[in-house]
Design a protein around this ligand. Structure first.
Ligand SMILES: Cc1cc2nc3c(=O)[nH]c(=O)nc-3n(C[C@H](O)[C@H](O)[C@H](O)COP(=O)(O)OP(=O)(O)OC[C@H]3O[C@@H](n4cnc5c(N)ncnc54)[C@H](O)[C@@H]3O)c2cc1C
Length: 455
């Protein structure tokens, strides 16, 4: 059995920086990865999807070019080149991460599948078939999630896609049916629509984007529908079957015929194949590893970071998890997940930048709030750019004027949100931003207008 100071399983967004830092601090460290360095984000998540979204936006702008006085002779989309560009970005990110890990002293990068074979014993079946048994005082689990396969009759018998697989499809679907209507579904739906596909999103919840405020959700829905995405709410897919070269989805009272199907119904943790039971690690009913706010599992010395521990599934959360663990262990800090602001973006175009509470959440808490909203058409720069879809919204604590939540649905919405996130972190009150001098005409300048209407 090979003894390490630290074993990290899964090369996700927490693992790589943690492995490097522990090794650089002199810890003998092993990082075990069964597939690709960089995990979901680099390989099948953020990097490839945002690369595709960028291609979709170019197609959209070229189609609108006459609005700007620029005339083209039409749009011709080469999906093979779109995918090739995406693959090039993924390879660059993956290769540079791999190189950086391989060049780190004290760090063994092991390609293989890891599982617990005892309380503190990890068995790795390497890619070449060799088996190694490792142990360490500290073990970090960053094994992430995989797409859920819903139990829809017939699904196993049709060639459906998940977000992991559709990004290699070198064909523009004639009609893409997307089962699920959440963030991943919307990003793919708008992308394929912009490439020319007919797109139908089928969501069984009657409320669109139920975690967002109703006005924000309605604005996003209107934008997607204006782009030609069909959104069916309160519709459950009861069965699927092959139909000619395509697929027939049976829904209550009817059917939808599509050429391709994307299943986007959420992600579940990679814990079963890790055999966490052998180490006595507690998991919840969905298989997510249970941790405290210092990311410690119920077993001393074993930590879980990133998506596998449940909660918000984002790259920045996983990255921040590694900081918490590293600082607590190496710098004797007292970092925790408590009080971490919920922050994320939905990368439709325009994008939604979100941080803190929604209006509904603030009201549920019984807070005394003021709500500021303006349409994106009141953003001078957006108007000059002829991209005025969306709205800006901020929730202010009326007792002390601090900002408690933000939803920026606009071109550059993620950046606008981040400006207000900084204000929230620094305790800058809304009236300071209302009266601040921002350069004209930036998107940021619109924050003056957003707060100008608040009494
Ligand atoms: C389509 C899509 C788009 C997304 N877009 C965004 C976005 O725009 N912004 C954002 O913040 N987040 C986005 N996310 C979420 C983001 O990708 C994840 O939250 C992020 O990658 C964090 O993952 P992680 O660190 O928990 O682990 P992951 O990145 O999932 O890595 C886990 C790694 O563990 C490996 N592994 C698992 N089990 C074992 C085992 N037994 N032995 C060895 N290795 C193992 C896996 O192969 C994988 O490489 C997106 C996700 C998807 C699917």
């Amino acid at each position: 059995m090979v003894k390490y100071d630290a074993i990290i399983i899964g090369s996700g967004q927490a693992a790589n920086p943690l492995a490097k830092k522990l090794a650089e601090a002199g810890w003998k460290t092993a990082l075990i990865e069964k597939k690709w360095i960089g995990g979901t984000c680099i390989n099948v998540g953020c990097t490839p999807t945002k690369t595709l979204v960028a291609s979709g936006r170019v197609a959209y702008l070229v189609k609108r070019s006459a609005d700007f006085g620029i005339h083209t002779t039409g749009v011709s989309i080469n999906i093979e080149e779109v995918i090739k560009r995406k693959n090039a970005h993924v390879s660059t990110a993956r290769e540079s991460s791999t190189k950086s890990l391989l060049e780190t002293d004290n760090l063994d990068l092991i390609f293989g599948h890891a599982l617990f074979s005892g309380p503190r014993e990890i068995t790795v079946t390497k890619d070449d078939g060799a088996v190694a048994v490792l142990t360490a005082d500290k073990i970090f689990l960053n094994t992430g999630t995989r797409p859920v396969t819903p139990s829809i009759p017939g699904l196993a018998d049709i060639p459906y896609f998940t977000s992991d697989t559709i990004m290699d499809l070198e064909e523009i679907p004639r009609h893409l049916a997307i089962i699920g209507g959440s963030y991943i579904a919307l990003e793919f739906g708008q992308f394929y629509r912009r490439l020319g596909s007919e797109v139908t999103i089928i969501e069984n919840n009657t409320r669109f984007l139920s975690k967002e405020d109703e006005d924000i959700a309605a604005a996003i829905k209107a934008i997607l529908e204006e782009d030609g995405v069909r959104i069916c709410l309160g519709v459950a897919v009861e069965g699927v079957a092959r139909e000619g070269n395509g697929v027939r989805l049976t829904v209550k009272g009817g059917a939808i015929s599509a050429s391709h199907v994307l299943v986007a119904t959420g992600r579940l943790p990679e814990t079963a194949a890790l055999n966490v039971a052998a180490a006595g690690i507690a998991i919840d009913k969905h298989g997510f590893i249970v941790v405290n706010d210092r990311l410690e599992t119920n077993v001393a010395g074993i930590y879980a970071l990133g998506d596998v521990k449940g909660g918000p599934q984002f790259t920045h959360i996983s990255y921040n998890d590694h900081l918490i663990v590293y600082k607590n262990l190496l710098e004797k800090a007292h970092c925790s997940t408590a009080g971490r602001l919920p922050v994320y973006c939905l990368f439709t175009d325009p994008e939604l930048g979100r941080v803190g509470l929604t209006e509904a959440q603030a009201r549920e808490k019984g807070m005394n709030i003021k709500v500021a909203t303006i349409p994106a058409s009141h953003i001078a720069r957006a108007w000059e750019n002829d991209e005025t879809r969306g709205m800006l919204k901020a929730i202010v604590n009326a007792d002390d004027n601090t900002i408690v939540g933000v939803a920026m649905l606009s071109v550059a919405g993620g950046e606008l949100m981040s400006i207000l996130q900084m204000a929230m972190v620094g305790g800058i009150t809304y009236d300071v931003i209302r009266d601040a001098v921002f350069a004209h005409p930036t998107f940021a300048e619109s924050l003056n207008n957003l707060f100008a209407g608040l009494k």
